[in-house]
Design a binder for this molecule. Structure first.
Ligand SMILES: NC(=O)c1ccc[n+]([C@@H]2O[C@H](COP(=O)([O-])OP(=O)(O)OC[C@H]3O[C@@H](n4cnc5c(N)ncnc54)[C@H](OP(=O)(O)O)[C@@H]3O)[C@@H](O)[C@H]2O)c1
Length: 331
């Protein structure tokens, strides 16, 4: 099979690409930058932005399947930036599939699309999209996911996977942030409730993409559906954070601030960053305050049943691999 992977040089994309190459598939990656790690894997790279429909159409030429992994992630930025990359970019990917008669699109979604700021314990795919979001990222990922699922047809089969808090070697978001804040002494628990949260080791998230790709056909049972993907091992959030800190040789965090204070601090920071056009990310936002103070874990029964998904790397094993990677990279 010949696959186009958007964002093939990113954290999750790179593992999807590696797994596709390991089983002998041809892979082309599309992203703005050139990623040297991909050249060694024999991956063709097309440099372009998701906002460039012509380049995307060219990138999809001759492919059997598209994995649309690229997105603007993060907690800060203008709505336009998130909309352009995540929504307009997805429209362009759908157009590129249709222009090239590609019959399968695996989209990387996010569980944050159903997060309304309240606890989610054992939620499943019946959870609705909320009326209100606390950040541009989940709002634009939800719009994009709906476009992808609505586009499912007898010509183009689509599926969305929603991996929850991906971590592991190569992580450029969650793990480095936790470690940097831990080292600087700037981490605080939010509230004292032991809220269960699930996460997913990066190889498991990537594996789910390949399983979905292999089962996806127009009219197949998984077409037009979304699936939560996790390790199936929910843990109290701060136990997981402390285990990541331990993998980096750092002590556990025990200090806490009340959730109401964190939320208010998030609102103040957002106001200041917008008003004064400060660079970088605010240290706290309302979305982060809500995420860190609530339970959010999901049933993965549908993924197990329909995709044959079974997490291969446990949290214990993943943390050991993370520890070795952090030591080797001196992070
Ligand atoms: N990490 C998580 O915990 C998590 C959880 C749930 C869902 N997800 C989803 O998983 C996917 C991958 O996330 P990730 O963690 O692997 O992020 P990542 O490391 O930032 O990778 C995203 C890749 O997309 C490319 N990209 C971004 N904007 C682009 C644009 N405008 N045009 C072309 N390429 C662009 C980037 O490459 P260039 O910079 O070279 O363009 C980057 O390598 C995303 O869809 C994200 O929403 C992630």
């Amino acid at each position: 099979m010949k696959a186009l992977v958007t964002g093939g040089g990113g954290f999750l994309g790179a593992v999807i690409v590696r797994m596709l190459r390991e089983r002998g598939d041809q892979v082309r990656s599309f992203s703005r930058g050139a990623h040297s790690s991909l050249s060694g894997l024999g991956v063709e790279q097309i440099q372009g932005d998701l906002s460039q429909p012509r380049l995307l159409k060219e990138a999809a030429e001759g492919c059997d399947i598209v994995f649309h992994v690229a997105a603007k992630a993060g907690i800060w930025g203008s709505y336009e930036e998130f909309y352009d990359a995540n929504v307009s970019g997805t429209i362009n990917v759908l157009d590129a599939c249709r222009a090239n008669n590609i019959s399968r699109l695996v989209y990387t979604g996010s569980p944050s699309v159903i997060f309304d700021g309240r606890d989610v314990e054992g939620g499943d795919e019946a959870l609705p999209y909320p009326a209100r979001y606390h950040a541009h990222y989940p709002r634009t990922k939800a719009l994009a996911e709906q476009l992808v699922l609505d586009a499912d047809s007898s010509d183009l089969a689509t599926v969305s996977l929603r991996p929850h808090l991906i971590w592991g070697p190569g992580d450029n978001h969650l793990v480095p942030r936790i470690i940097a804040k831990g080292r600087a002494g700037k981490l605080r628990r939010i509230g004292k409730r032991p809220c269960l949260v699930d996460t997913v080791y990066v190889d498991n998230a990537a594996q789910a993409h390949l399983l979905a790709a292999d089962r996806l056909l127009p009219g197949s049972g998984i077409a037009g559906k979304a699936y939560f993907i996790s390790n199936g091992e929910p843990l109290p959030l701060w136990e997981m954070v402390n285990r990541i800190l331990a993998a980096a040789g750092l002590p556990p965090e025990t200090r806490s601030v009340p959730p109401g204070l964190a939320y208010a601090a998030g609102a103040v920071c957002e106001g200041l960053w917008s008003l004064l056009r400060l660079s970088g990310e605010p240290p706290m936002t309302r979305f982060v305050a809500k995420e860190l103070a609530t339970a959010h874990w999901f049933k993965i029964d549908a993924a197990r049943r329909d995709l044959g998904y079974q997490p291969q790397v446990s949290i214990d094993e993943g943390l050991e691999r993370l520890r070795r990677w952090l030591a080797a990279e001196e992070i």
